[in-house]
Design a protein around this ligand. Sequence first.
Ligand code: TEU
Ligand code: CA
Length: 559
Amino acid sequence: MAKQQHPWWKESVVYQIYPRSFQDSNGDGIGDLEGIRSRLDYLVRLGVNVIWLSPVYRSPNDDNGYDISDYRAIMDEFGTMADFDALLRDAHAKGLRIVMDLVVNHTSDEHPWFVESRSSRDNDKRDFYIWREGKNGGPPTNWGSCFSGSAWEWDPKTEMYYLHFFSKKQPDLNWENPRVREEVYDLMTWWCEKGIDGFRMDVISMISKPDRYEDAPVYGGLYGSSSVTCNGPRVHTYLREMNQRVLSKYDIMTVGETAGVTLDEAKKYAAADGSELNMVFQFEHVDLDFGPGGKWYRDPMSLPALKANLSKWQNGLDGVAWNSLFFCNHDQPRIVSRLGDNSPASAKCIATMLHFMQGTPYVYQGEELGMTNCPFGPIENYRDIESLNAYRELTESGLRQPEELLSCIACKSRDNARTPMQWDASPNAGFTSGTPWIMVNPNYKTLNAAAQVEDPDSVFSYYRTLIALRRSSPWSRLIVYGHYALLAPEDPEIFAYTRELDGERLLVVCNLSPKARCFDLPEALSWKESEVVLSNQEPPALGRTLDLPPWQAAVWAIH
Ligand code: TEU
Ligand code: CA
């Protein structure tokens, strides 16, 4: 595809579906493809035009589908390939595109490649994975897995270690091996030929391992940081090759999940010349509340730090690469419980702040309803391998006290995003007629789609408006392509900025706090006329000083 100035993926809004938790169609308590198909009209109503499907491939589900044992088959619990084809057909008929999750940093240990690879030292597929001798009676390096424990697993059969940056059932592929890359390009082509509309590439920043396997710094726990393998020496070579071999042949959208990416690296991953991927999906802004020891330590997220960070990415990629805009996904706690106070007003305020920025917005299922973190209670109610392993490792080692760690897990667990979609007030929120695989958030009786879809003041209707403003309104070009400028960087409660394109301007002001605030617009900002574009409450009169009630968000076009 020739490089386009205004490609569809810049003008889209993506909705992420975590299939396991979206809609169950057969009462087994697990969401499935038929369930998704039955809810397409809801997405049409919301106004999004792209669906990102978290993995639906065959998997033993050690990490809910991020451990794939067959890239050309559908997970039994989710249905069949015929169900997938029906979903793709119906989605396309309704104007919805489908982007597949591509998990090729690692496979499942049950993938036939790994079964072969581990069978003997001289197996034909041995070099599909990363095998090393131990050192001093232990693993080759001190690297830790993102899911606790060492990143190396001892395999007694061949008496060597294999590398796994996630669970030991997710061995890392060896991208150095050209045969591995060929296999990946083949399976990607297979899906493109089926007519899918793009790929979200799981931890694609980790596929190129360092040249030297050396110990890494230890920040909080027992192991060296896994970030040593982010942006490895050949990652851009591989992605350019992938682009030439597959991506450039189709009109698809590609988004790289690029943990640990820097601004300079992002300019390569998502270069405007189209040589690698379309956009980066990075985590600096949502990792601001990590403590010095990482995710399981809490620091408050200061608004000036958040503003500085988001502004860095807005300004840094403008014209040279492309951002994803998100606060929520299946790995993140709910933003309304994090930055907000769980109220609908705070949900709308946070959404306004994000959706008027430059980049492609991602809405994660339930975010458009203001779904909140879940009061799980005891550790037994959690399902996520990351939370469960961290709890075991950090309490058993004596590094953390159980109660204190549990309160941290309650705030940060990925399971907060994975409770069933709240469709209505019927049992199990209308998600399943059976027993859900993970608990339903008890607030579903009042917080659900049925209560919101027709209500013009609901969070759902507000998201619908945000999406419509971006996709088809007099301000669409300005919202998609306008240049960004932050106002009042030091203000601890107000997030305000402008967007500007060809002499047209938008002013976005969000009071991200539960208290009323007076806000003086900077002297340098001037306008003659103004028009309210959007407001989540009665809009304040636009003057040099704004009176903003708690969680007020307002957007003006100024001339
Ligand atoms: O996530 C990779 C990643 O970098 C993190 O967001 C990770 O989930 C971390 O543990 C958060 O605390 C991707 C997927 O989005 C995630 O669901 C998978 O578990 C992981 O890769 C492995 O495939
Ligand atoms: Ca089911």
